[in-house]
Design a protein around this ligand. Sequence first.
Ligand code: SAH
Ligand code: SF4
Length: 418
Amino acid sequence: MNKYDSELVSGLLNSDGFEMTDDIEKADVILVNTCSVREHAENRALSNISQLQSLKRRKPELILGVLGCMSRHLGDKIFEDNTYVDLVLGPDSYRKLPEFLKNRKRYKNVEYKEYETYTDIFPLRKDGVTAYVAISRGCNEECSYCIVPFTRGKERSRSIESIIDEIEKLLDEGFKEITLLGQNVNSYNYQGTDFPKLLKRVSEIENLKRIRFATSHPMNLSDGLIDVMAERENVCPYLHLPVQSGSNRILEAMKRNYTVEKYIGLVEKSMSKIKDLSLTTDIISGFPGETEDDHRATIELVKKVEFDSAFTFKYSPRDKTEAFGLKDDVSEDVKISRLAEISEIIREVSLKKNREWIGKVTDIMIEGKSRRSDSEVFGRTGGFKKVVLKQNNLSAGTIVPVIIKDATSQTLFGELVG
Ligand code: SAH
Ligand code: SF4
């Protein structure tokens, strides 16, 4: 979502006559987009911002701004403590940018505007074949560890027409694959149109080859959505379904509104209906009160479900959240060792799942040159698995059938069929 927001802000600046540069020395304006989800992300952003101070000293006319969730969370402090920061804008305040750039007076706006969807602004993307399109902003869930509902506010869904319009423009620009974005896409609702209906409508757009979406909250993963995924060929068989923990006690304390049994039931249903479904997840380790038994339950869940891959995080206490009132009683060492154990099991199950592809034929969409060698390209399967091909004459966006010859836990290696 931050990547999309950066593109949105670039779009705003672009229509105001600004151009993107990759060379920081050439920039007249530097905007740091920030995340508040974990303390580590905030610390990194603060260190990036402070590193820009010397550049600003050398080039006083440079405009330095801080955007995103951290502006909502710590914007007052950032603005007061760092006089070299000219601008602090929260996620709902980006429309203030052009006005600020005209006046160039130090400015801060971190107001929450519950109606803002930026529907009329066309984000400026880098060239490529895949693009993000936000379908909603904010979040109505109350996961007890999560700061997003505070920083981004209540959920608002974008109009269907504006989503379709943005996708059609992207197709005209040569993009082939769209990822629909929301903190919880499954609760999308625009004047009675729910997410399965929107997804079906999007999948009917002519020439749209691939559609993905993120993130799905397990609580409202509906049969209707599973049916659309199963029926529509251009909806990729890929589901990012964060489970967070394998212990019902912890899930309750996290206020996730589902049990492990319900989650497994959803996975089984989805797997049985959607051919070659890839499933990925998020896991938090060391939530307050997490015992060794709770941790073992998470390990058991990972082994049972066999996720294709997973993002794992150490619990990070965030003020403005309900869990902040709980004692952060799992020590750093224990968090680290539990996380390492979970990551190792995930590596093993990912390798097993990837090796199951050896000998099978699947379509991949080429995304570009491989990082390892100029004589190789890489693409992705419908299930979002990276496939490297010894081939250099295929351009990005081409969909080709490949046979999988080898696999690591991260990458598949294939050959063109025919
Ligand atoms: N709306 C999305 C993204 C939320 S943030 C979703 O619900 O999946 C992405 C991930 O960060 C979450 O899934 C969770 O695993 C992790 N996360 C959120 N708050 C956290 C915290 N306080 N400490 C550690 N991880 C956290
Ligand atoms: Fe945070 Fe939960 Fe909303 Fe995701 S669904 S953004 S974890 S509150």
